[in-house]
Ligand binder design. Sequence first.
Ligand SMILES: NC(=O)c1ccc[n+]([C@@H]2O[C@H](COP(=O)([O-])OP(=O)(O)OC[C@H]3O[C@@H](n4cnc5c(N)ncnc54)[C@H](OP(=O)(O)O)[C@@H]3O)[C@@H](O)[C@H]2O)c1
Length: 162
Amino acid sequence: MKLILIAAHDPNMVIGKNGELPWHYSEDLKFFKRTTMGYPILMGRVVFEELNEKPLPGRENVVLSRSKRYEQVKTFSSITDAIEYLKSNDKVFVIGGGKVYEQTIDLADELVITQIKKAHDGDTYMIDYRKDIGMEWEEVWREDHPEFAFVRYKRISKNQAP
Ligand SMILES: NC(=O)c1ccc[n+]([C@@H]2O[C@H](COP(=O)([O-])OP(=O)(O)OC[C@H]3O[C@@H](n4cnc5c(N)ncnc54)[C@H](OP(=O)(O)O)[C@@H]3O)[C@@H](O)[C@H]2O)c1
């Protein structure tokens, strides 16, 4: 199973404000939809609340929470249990938020990132993986747009080191 983090961040690694996205770029929402469609998505309870507790269609929605259980989605109280449940899938997308990215980035095989060019106010941040580019992460694809860039990074395999 490939674990892929998908996230959008601004130049300061801001990803959220008041439990929501700080921006609205419809092209980015479309990119998110076509990238994740058909694959399971793993998210924190705050993100699921942001979705009004309605699963995103066409994808198995899996939620992490120690305080809540939902009838409409599988809920796990640990990342290990969620990953055990999801392990037979080819790909699983971690869709946030900050707390969940923080705990899964070391397990991730790939990062699918929207780098927003303009700085925004926020209260939730993603871990800054950019310091590890060239050591842990290799850029394998980039598509530039005026307001953001879509970028994919793959984990540099340990065997690849000289
Ligand atoms: N820009 C982006 O790409 C992006 C993507 C997603 C989200 N966001 C933003 O990020 C913000 C939300 O992020 P957040 O960090 O506040 O919350 P979050 O990561 O969505 O959810 C945190 C909650 O998930 C549960 N959880 C986390 N780790 C767990 C574990 N190991 N085991 C069991 N449960 C676990 C806990 O729920 P309980 O408290 O119920 O135990 C925890 O309080 C929002 O502003 C959202 O818009 C941005």
